[in-house]
Design a binder for this molecule. Structure first.
Ligand code: NAP
Length: 167
């Protein structure tokens, strides 16, 4: 493909890299949820089956989901299904909008090595959980934007990280 669309990962991650607990987010941060919904609206979202099933607004606001699952029965006129990450990314390249990878763990693990950008909400806390974002800090990223935030429970930083050198 001549000019493939950039691969963007979007994630909210604690300092200890925890992203999930018991099928849910491990923190409830309204500003981050609003950010996540805003950034994914109108875009192609690549995500695992659990993320798809637990995200009530996945089909709202013009999102086009590509779900990675063995369950082809999830496919519909509004939902594409793929058996692997590489199949999902090939489908995503043919769809409108940006490509936003929305997790979960294995999907982040497989796409981080080829990601062009991470939209990272780094939550400045260590939280218990059962799902993790892979270590990204050893890879060469260029920070292009940041915004600090806080609420009654957490301090957090919104970051846009571009890969400093192409993989
Ligand atoms: N903080 C954040 O930004 C963030 C983002 C995303 C998720 N989360 C959290 O993470 C948890 C959900 O993530 P998860 O990792 O448990 O589940 P997931 O990736 O959403 O779903 C797992 C399922 O997706 C399919 N799958 C995933 N990776 C695959 C691969 N590489 N190849 C083929 N199929 C694959 C399989 O589906 P089948 O079994 O149907 O075949 C697998 O059982 C929740 O707690 C959620 O809240 C947090």
């Amino acid at each position: 493909m001549a000019n493939p669309k950039p691969l963007q990962l979007i994630v909210a991650c604690a300092e200890n890299r925890v992203i999930g607990r018991a099928g849910r987010l491990p923190f409830d941060i309204p500003e981050d949820k609003a950010w996540f919904h805003e950034k994914t609206a109108g875009q192609t979202v690549v995500l695992g089956r659990i993320c798809f099933e637990t995200w009530p607004k996945v089909l709202a606001d013009g999102r086009v989901p590509v779900v990675i699952t063995r369950n082809r029965a999830l496919a519909s006129d509004r939902v594409r299904v793929a058996a692997t990450v590489s199949e999902a990314l090939a489908i995503a390249q043919t769809l409108p909008g940006q490509i936003m990878v929305c997790g979960g763990q294995r999907i982040y693990e497989e796409t981080l090595p080829i990601a062009d950008r991470i939209l990272l909400t780094l939550v400045h806390a260590e939280v218990p959980g059962d799902t993790w974002f892979p270590e990204w800090r050893h890879l060469p990223w260029r920070e292009t934007w940041r915004k600090e935030g806080r609420d009654a429970n957490y301090r957090y930083t919104f970051l846009s990280l571009d890969r400093a050198t192409r993989p």
